[in-house]
Design a protein around this ligand. Structure first.
Ligand code: ADP
Length: 465
């Protein structure tokens, strides 16, 4: 679960989307901060200007009509304005209140400490903030101080609205950036997927002629695809050369081996040979036969693994093929005191190359008999299931140690050459695997040392093809 989560966040797509959305959100926050600060300062300055202008207008009125005139005018104004938003106070030099329009719920109990403003000269003012109010303290004359306060409520309402818009924009930008991120990464990952699919094709089915599609957008990924294709061209050429070299060496070897064999046969025909000499010549013939077989196997393997060779396949009756092989191996098994048993469903068909698939199955039956014990058994089962056609070859033989199981498909690998007198080149199972790969079939080996081995092959159902 946790490792799945790590894997998910390690995906390039997710990393790009997160980075993209994060960058967009950070830019949005920074822009908002700048806009917000600008507005805050602008509104603050606007309020200050308003307060100064108002105080100056009242100062003129004070000069023209004295304190009574000013008082009457402010009372008149206070009646029509909302005293929650704006308040006026006039103090005399003793600090006694001459006028107070301070009646709103928020402003009623507002205390203005005039001590600090005592040193102000007439016509001078101080701007300050008391609770939720921007306040101007204006010295009208040596006798009177005018105080005008304006609530920050309107400004805060505006700033809060701005904040709300930002939150909404943030959510919209976040989702838009997700969609944008997905669109951008989709086009990138599609190209990367093309590259990895080609690599997968080559590694799983050795299709060396696969190439990465070039989209023609001439971007870095197209350059990479071109580079990989060039590399594949070279690898394909190299494999071809290697295959040709192997084939020509194998062909060159076949002729002298055939000559040795026929010369040995001729010698064996002679009558005057000692028993020891005859045995030696028979041994030589046997060795040349296994050498020829090994060369044949190597040639077939190199052809199958070249990636350029495709087996011709048709609908074949696997039940009949297995039956034929059973009849072929029956006597050999009897000689080895192994009970060869057959349990198959009739009329099971697969798409296969009869010659090659027979060879692969024969190899497995041969191994099951060869690596068996005296009075042992080999069960051959064939049946059809939803997931495919199953061929099971189970033996009661010497088994394969667990740590060697994954190596048995390697070329020339033999579990333990000192395990007995078993003949073989170690190429059999490599051939089996290469043949099965061409049939899209899977092979699974279960074994316990000393108890036996079960090989399970699953062919695709003909209906699934
Ligand atoms: P070989 O020519 O030696 O039979 P294979 O490629 O067929 O080569 O098998 C590789 C090795 O795997 C064999 O040498 C043997 O040690 C082991 N092996 C294969 N099949 C069996 C089996 N049915 N039981 C025990 N060991 C097996």
């Amino acid at each position: 679960m946790f490792s799945n989560l790590i894997k998910f966040f390690n995906r390039i797509t997710i990393k790009i989307i997160i980075l993209y959305s994060f960058t967009l959100l950070v830019s949005l926050v920074i822009s908002f901060f700048m806009v917000y600060s600008f507005f805050e300062i602008y509104l603050e300055n606007k309020t200050k200007d308003e307060l100064i202008n108002k105080a100056k207008t009242y100062k003129i009125l004070f000069r023209q009509e004295g304190i009574h005139g000013l008082r009457n005018q402010i009372i008149k104004e206070a009646e029509i304005i909302n005293n929650v938003e704006l308040f006026f106070k006039i103090y005399d030099k003793k600090g006694e209140i001459v006028l107070n329009t301070n009646t709103g719920i928020h402003t009623k109990d507002l205390v203005i400490n005039l001590e600090n403003y005592g040193k102000l000269k007439p016509d001078n003012y101080t701007l300050t903030t008391i609770d939720y109010f921007d306040v101007i303290v204006y010295k009208l004359s040596n006798r009177y101080i005018l105080v005008i306060g304006k609530s920050k409520f309107e400004n805060n309402k505006l700033l809060n609205r701005l904040m709300e818009i930002f939150y909404q924009a943030g959510v919209i930008v976040f989702f838009l950036s997700l969609i944008g991120g997905i669109l951008i990464t989709n086009s990138i990952t599609k190209k990367i997927k093309n590259i990895s699919n080609t690599a997968k094709d080559i590694s799983t089915s050795m299709k060396l002629d696969s190439r990465v599609p070039i989209t023609g957008t001439k971007d870095e990924l197209d350059d990479l695809a071109l580079l990989i294709n060039n590399l594949l061209d070279r690898i394909e050429q190299l494999v071809k050369t290697l295959k040709e070299t192997t084939e020509s060496i194998a062909h060159d070897l076949k002729t002298p081996i055939a000559r040795i064999r026929s010369a040995t046969e001729n010698l064996l025909m002679k009558n005057n040979l000692s028993k020891e000499c005859s045995n030696l010549l028979v041994n030589i013939i046997e060795e040349t036969d296994s050498l020829t077989q090994m060369i044949e196997d190597l040639l077939t393997l190199s052809k199958l693994e070249s990636g350029t060779f495709q087996l011709q396949k048709e609908k074949v009756n696997l039940s009949n093929i297995v039956k034929k092989l059973y009849n072929l191996f029956k006597d050999y098994a009897a000689i080895k005191s192994v009970d060869l048993r057959l349990k198959i469903q009739d009329e099971i068909y697969i798409y296969a190359n009869e010659k090659y698939i027979s060879r692969a199955i024969a190899n497995l039956i041969d191994n099951a008999i060869k690596f068996n014990k005296e009075n042992g058994y080999v069960n051959i089962e064939l049946y059809q299931e939803d997931q495919g056609v199953i061929l099971k070859i189970e033996d009661s033989g010497i088994g394969i140690p667990e740590d060697k199981l994954e190596k048995i498909f390697e070329k020339f690998y033999r579990v333990d050459e000192s395990r007995g007198v078993y003949s073989g080149s170690g190429l059999g199972l490599s051939l089996v695997k290469a043949i099965l790969l061409q049939h899209d079939a899977s092979i699974n080996v279960i074994s316990k040392e000393g108890e036996g081995t079960t090989v399970i092959i699953t062919f695709p159902n003909i209906t699934n093809l």
